[in-house]
Design a protein around this ligand. Structure first.
Ligand code: BG6
Length: 455
C-alpha cells in the first residue's frame, strides 16, 4: 500500500443531491418510496411514468445541493483523501438541445473546488443510476444509438470543463447490475411484447461503446486522466459439490464478468460475442475498433456480499451472518473477489463501495454504530490481505460518506453513512447532520494509516 493510497468514501447525485427545481428529472426521481414499489421498478418501471400519488425521496435526496459546503467540511474533518460522487447529467443537459446548463456546470465547479480546498481528490462517476428521464422517454435509454451520441456530447462537456482538477473518471455505476436492473442502469423501459434478454444485450452493446468513448474523450483531452467503470463484485460459491451447481456458478460469474471482459480486454470474449449474434445485435467493425483502442485504465469495484449457486434454489449460506436486510456478511469473500478479479484482468483496482446498510438509533444526539465499525474493520483487514497477495489496489472508498436514500428500497432508514442525516422514510425530518461513532473511528483510522506510510 503506497502513501498515495486513496482512503475515502462515495456518494451519488441521485441519492443525495436533491436540488430538484434547478435540473430535469432522473430515472430515480419518479420512483416512489416503499420497499415493494422500489423492487417492482426493476422489471416494470412503465407504471411509474404515470406518477402515482406518493413520496418521491430522490427528489430531495439529503439536500446535498444546499448543504455541500457543510458536508464537505465534515468530510475534511474526517480526513477523507478522496470523495467519489456522480454528476447529474440531468443538471448539465436539461433536454437534447446543444446548450449545456451553465448553472449546473457551476454547481460542480463549486463542489470540486470545495473538495480541493481541503485536499480531497474528487472522483467523478458520469451516471450512477441517475440517467435523465427525458432520454428514457424520448429514446428509451441505451437501447438507442442516439443515447451514445448524447452521452458523447455530455462527457465532452464535463471532461473539458473539469479535467484540470479531476484525474479519476468512472463511466457507470455497476454496469453488470444491468442484468437485473435494466431501467436503472440502461434507462430502458421494457414493452410487454419485447424479449428482455434481447433488450439487455442491445443496451449492453451501446453502453460498452459509450464506456470506450469516455476513455477516448479523457485520453484525447488529457492523457494523464485515468478512467474506470464500476462493476459489482459478488463472488459466487457453489452450494454443493454437485457439478451442476458448479456449472451454474460458472454461468453466473460469466454474466457478471462479461462487461469487464470487453472493457479491459477490448474484445468480446467468444461466449459474449455468440450471445450478441444469437440476439441479433449488429456488431459494427468501427465500434469494435473503438473498444480495442480505448480500454480501461483501472477497474472500479463495489463489494457488499457474496452469493450462492444451486440447482435446488436453496440460496441461504449457513456459514455467514446476515444484515438486517438479509445481505450476507462475508469479509473473506472480499479478498477472494479481489484476487479473482486481479488474476483475470491484471490492471489496478479501486474499491469504490463497501459498507453496511442497517438501522441506526439516535441516543442523546449520538449514534453508537459499533456494528458498522466492526463490518468495515473486517473488510479492510481482508483487503489488506489481498494487497499482500499481490493485488494492485489504489484506493478504498466506503459506501457512503453520509446517509442517503437507499437504492433498492428507497428508504432513509437503511443507513450506510458515517454521518447521520435526520430524514425519515415518510419524508419528515430536519436534514440535520450528526457524526456517528464510525465517523470518529474512520477519522482515526485514516490518520494512523497516513502516519504509518510516512514513516
Ligand atoms: C450499490 C449502489 O449497488 O449499492 C448504491 O451503487 C447503493 O447506489 C448501494 O446505495 C447499497 O444498496 P442499497 O440498495 O442498500 O442502497
Amino acid at each position: 500500500m503506497n502513501h498515495n493510497f486513496l482512503w475515502g468514501s462515495s456518494l451519488s447525485g441521485g441519492q443525495c443531491e436533491g436540488g430538484f427545481h434547478s435540473r430535469s428529472e432522473t430515472v430515480v426521481d419518479i420512483i416512489p418510496q416503499g420497499k415493494d414499489t422500489r423492487f417492482q421498478y426493476l422489471d416494470n418501471p412503465g407504471c411509474y411514468l404515470q406518477r402515482p400519488e406518493g413520496f418521491y425521496p430522490s427528489q430531495d435526496g439529503v439536500e446535498f445541493y444546499e448543504h455541500y459546503q457543510e458536508d464537505i467540511a465534515m468530510f475534511a474533518k474526517m480526513g477523507l483523501k478522496a470523495l467519489r460522487f456522480s454528476i447529474l447529467w440531468s443538471r448539465i443537459y436539461l433536454d437534447d438541445s446543444d446548450q449545456p446548463n451553465e448553472e449546473g456546470l457551476q454547481f460542480y465547479d463549486n463542489v470540486i473546488n470545495e473538495l480541493l480546498k481541503y485536499h480531497i481528490e474528487p472522483i467523478i462517476t458520469t451516471i450512477h443510476f441517475d440517467m435523465p428521464l427525458w432520454i428514457v422517454q424520448k429514446y428509451n435509454g441505451f437501447t438507442n444509438r442516439k443515447t451514445v451520441e448524447l452521452y458523447q456530447k455530455y462527457v465532452h462537456t464535463i471532461v473539458n470543463r473539469y479535467h484540470d482538477r479531476v484525474k479519476y473518471w468512472i463511466s457507470f455505476c455497476e454496469i453488470n447490475v444491468m442484468n437485473s436492473a435494466l431501467y436503472m442502469v440502461g434507462g430502458a423501459v421494457l414493452q410487454p411484447d419485447e424479449d428482455r434478454e434481447t433488450i439487455l444485450h442491445l443496451c449492453a452493446y451501446n453502453q460498452l461503446l459509450a464506456n470506450a468513448l469516455l476513455v477516448k474523450a479523457c485520453h484525447d483531452i488529457d492523457d494523464s486522466l485515468k478512467v474506470g467503470c464500476e462493476v459489482a463484485g459478488t463472488p459466487c460459491y457453489p452450494l454443493t459439490s454437485s457439478p451442476v451447481d458448479y456449472q451454474i456458478m460458472v454461468e453466473n460469474e460469466r454474466k457478471n464478468n462479461r462487461y469487464t471482459d470487453v472493457m479491459v480486454k477490448g474484445i468480446y470474449p467468444y461466449y459474449f460475442q455468440k450471445e450478441m449474434l444469437d440476439y441479433g445485435i449488429e456488431m459494427r467493425n468501427e465500434d469494435l475498433k473503438i473498444l480495442k483502442d480505448y480500454s480501461l485504465d483501472f477497474i472500479a469495484v463495489s463489494y457488499y456480499k457474496s452469493s450462492l449457486a444451486s440447482h435446488t434454489h436453496v440460496l441461504d449460506n449457513p456459514y455467514l451472518e446476515k444484515t438486517a436486510f438479509h445481505w450476507t456478511i462475508d469479509p473473506l469473500g472480499f479478498r477472494i473477489m479481489l484476487n479473482n478479479m486481479y488474476e483475470r484482468y491484471e490492471i489496478p483496482i479501486m474499491v469504490v463501495e463497501n459498507g453496511l446498510g442497517t438501522y441506526d438509533q439516535v441516543e442523546n444526539n449520538q449514534i453508537h454504530d459499533d456494528y458498522r465499525i466492526d463490518y468495515l474493520q473486517k473488510h479492510i483487514e481482508q483487503m489488506k490481505l489481498a494487497i499482500e497477495d499481490g493485488v494492485d489496489i489504489i484506493g478504498y472508498l466506503t459506501w457512503a460518506a453520509m446517509d442517503v436514500v437507499s437504492t433498492s428500497e428507497g428508504m432513509m432508514s437503511k443507513r450506510y453513512g458515517f454521518i447521520y442525516v435526520d430524514r425519515n422514510d415518510d419524508g419528515t425530518g430536519s436534514f440535520k447532520r450528526i457524526p456517528k461513532d464510525s465517523f470518529y473511528w474512520y477519522q482515526n483510522y485514516i490518520k494512523e494509516e497516513t502516519l504509518k506510510r510516512k514513516k
